[in-house]
Structure formats: C-alpha cells, structure tokens
Design a protein. Structure first.
Length: 246
C-alpha cells in the first residue's frame, strides 16, 4: 500500500480504534503509524471521541438511513474530487485540496460510526466484522487478563483477545500531553518487548496496544511505562505499572 495514500490509512486508523481490522491490515497500520504523526494524531482524536462517547447515557436509535447518508456523502465526494476546494478555516495554514476534503468527509463518517457503535443502536462492520465491545468479547471467550498494579493498587488490566493486547485503564492517570504509555511483554530471561504505544483515560473503553506474537503462557508479566512522544523505545525508561500473568 502506498505510504502517501492517507485516505486508506485514515480508514485503517478508524478500524484500529474500533478493533475491527484483520491481522494483515492491523499489522500494516501499526507499521505505518509508527512513523506517521498524522495517522497517530487521527488515532488519538478518534480514541478520545470514543472514550468520551462511552461515558454518555444510552441514546435513542438513530434512523436506519444514517449509514446510507454517510456512505452517500463519501461517494459524492469521490465524484467531486477534482472540484475546486474552498478552505473553511483561513487560519489553517495546511494545504487544502481534494485529498483534504475527502479526509474531512471520512473523519466525519468515522466519527459518526463510532457514535453509533458506542450508543449500541446500529451494528455494522468495518472489514466485515460486527462491532462488539472488546470487554464483551473477552468475557464471552474468557480471554487471558492480567491486572497491573502501581504501589500495591490495581490501575489497569491487560486483555489478550485474538492475539491482540488491549489495556483497560482503571486507575492510571490520563496519558500526559506529549507522552504515551507503552505496553511491554516480559518473558523469563529475556529483555522486555514493546507491544505498542497507546493513550488512555481512566474508566474509558479498552484501548488496543498491539499484536501479541507469542502465546500468553510464554509471557511472565506485562508492564506499562511512560515515554516521551509516540515511539516505542528499545527498552522501558519509566515503568509505572506491572503485573504477573500467573
């Protein structure tokens, strides 16, 4: 996939946030986002929206035509991609054009899709997968879970579902601005391996950290460190929580 095709990468970012990508797309997105600040920012924005919507009371079911309207807007935008674009925010110094227009439409569609999933009113799939919360799926199959403690108090839970690790932040502070939390898997006699960087809020929905490429039985413990920026370093610099798998 072309690294500059941000229409497709934006779609994968939304699928990543919604935990709906297949293994190939997930691996491709994680590789791309590790060196793409634009996609990481989009992922943070969508994750933040998802976390905020998760705290809202249940809403009335939106009309069945909503998804059709969203998709119609995307299709119509495809037909107008060569049209002149009039910037909306004159203070925005970033270049405007057909790609930025389509990205805006996609972001609106993705945000609407997130709102629908959180409200529980309409379930449709991205990449053919029905949207079901990670916590529900994990409980249904009794997936491995590991409690992470800080100063003797549980502050987070790691869930491993479909070879992917998710973090539920129960007592961790919101990720500091300009920093990220990094989940590490630790095997006996081996150096910690970074699973992925993530941004969390207390009591928000589980956040995807990254793929687990070894059986959980081979992992002695998980840990979370706080790191500057969004890159996963070679080794943790400031571990703030840890928990054994046994």
């Amino acid at each position: 996939m072309d690294a500059d095709d941000h229409e497709r990468w934006a779609e994968l970012a939304a699928g990543h946030v919604l935990s709906s990508l297949d293994d190939a797309d997930e691996a491709a997105y994680l590789e791309h986002s590790s060196h793409c600040e634009s996609c990481r920012q989009l992922e943070r924005d969508l994750s933040e929206t998802l976390g905020e919507l998760a705290q809202l009371p249940a809403q009335m079911a939106p009309p069945p035509s909503l998804r059709a309207s969203i998709m119609k807007a995307v299709i119509e935008d495809d037909e107008k991609r060569t049209a002149t674009v009039v910037p909306i925010d004159v203070a925005d110094a970033r270049p405007h054009g057909p790609t930025s227009t389509r990205k805006s439409v996609w972001m609106a569609a993705a945000a609407a899709g997130i709102a629908i999933v959180v409200a529980g009113s309409i379930a449709w799939g991205i990449g053919g997968h029905k949207q079901v919360s990670v916590a529900e799926r994990c409980a249904k199959v009794a997936c491995p879970t590991v409690a992470l403690d800080a100063d003797g108090k549980q502050v987070a839970t790691v869930m491993v579902l479909d070879k992917t690790a998710y973090v539920m932040a129960e007592g961790l502070p919101a990720t500091p601005s300009g920093h990220s939390y990094v989940l590490w898997r630790i095997s006996a006699g081996k150096s910690p391996v970074g699973v992925g960087a993530l941004h969390t809020k207390p009591s928000a929905s589980p956040v995807k950290a990254g793929s687990i490429t070894v059986p959980v039985s081979d992992v002695a413990s998980f840990a979370i460190s706080e790191e500057p920026g969004d890159a996963v370093p070679a080794a943790p610099t400031h571990v703030i929580a840890q928990g054994s798998t046994t």
